[in-house]
Design a protein around this ligand. Structure first.
Ligand code: AP5
Length: 223
């Protein structure tokens, strides 16, 4: 079992990149945000607890996240190559992932740190529209759907995520800086990290991420 992690602040392009990478490279995409939104829709006990945190832009408890991730990994085989999007987000989650990999003879193959300036992140999030049916992301200006409000992929309705309002976005960015950013240093020292600037057109961003998966780890940012 191999694991690739997409690390990066809200709006850095993790979900958008994951959709393209999983198709191109045959990866098993695991988004903890999507799993939590599904649990909220289904009204499970974990979903009810997660909903309050998500609406405030705070992180959901590590125990809930690890339960969801472990259940998901237990369903996959030993040959699986996972693409984690938005997980791990705390030192505790990173430690627990390491112990799961150790138990299952797995390896952390690469951590891609997706990075973009703060004003780009805010404008991407305020303009994001998501398909209610298949989850594809669009942006009202950067990646508009062919027909406003309708998904190009499946014809479903597009909606704005409840946590994509300005106050919650600012808190999500602060929470990232406080609780997740320190993981970059942790992974730099384990020799698996590559920094990728994602403030560029979509095709270029995806090509750089593919190259980052093929090439060597690079703990320094490129000038
Ligand atoms: P989650 O759903 O993971 O949200 P997030 O991390 O805040 O990230 P986003 O989905 O907002 O951004 P993204 O980086 O995926 O950007 P996207 O590709 O969509 O988590 C939501 C909540 O769940 C958290 O706040 C927390 O409460 C909880 N949670 C989840 N995981 C957790 C965990 N492990 N532990 C604890 N709690 C957890 O792109 C954004 C926009 O930009 C889109 O409109 C897109 O079309 C556009 N765009 C993307 N790339 C480009 C490009 N190259 N050019 C132009 N536009 C682009």
């Amino acid at each position: 079992m191999k694991v690739i992690v997409l690390l990066g602040p809200p709006g850095s392009g993790k979900g958008t990149a994951a959709e393209r990478l999983k198709e191109r490279l045959g990866l098993d995409h695991v988004s903890t945000g999507d799993m939590l939104r599904e649990a909220v829709r289904a009204g499970t006990p974990a979903g009810k607890e997660a909903e309050r945190c998500m609406q405030a832009g705070e992180l959901v408890a590590d125990e809930i996240i690890m339960r969801l991730v472990e259940e998901r990994m237990a369903a996959g085989g030993a040959q699986q190559r996972y693409l984690f999007d938005g997980f791990p987000r705390t030192v505790r989650q990173a430690e627990l992932l390491e112990s799961v990999l150790e138990r299952r003879n797995g390896a952390l193959e690469r951590v891609l740190s997706l990075e973009a300036p703060r004003d780009v992140l805010v404008s991407r999030l305020t303009g994001r529209r998501t398909c209610r049916r298949c989850g594809t992301n669009f942006h009202v200006r950067n990646i508009p759907p062919r027909q406003p409000g309708i998904c190009d992929a499946c014809g479903g309705d597009l909606y704005q995520r409840p946590d994509d309002n300005e106050a919650t976005i600012l808190n999500r960015l602060a929470v990232y800086n406080r609780q997740t950013e320190s993981l970059i240093a942790r992974y730099a020292s384990s020799g698996v990290l590559v920094h990728v600037a994602t403030d560029k057109p979509l095709d270029e961003m995806v090509a750089e991420l593919v190259a980052a998966l093929d090439g060597p780890a690079r703990a320094e940012r490129r000038a």
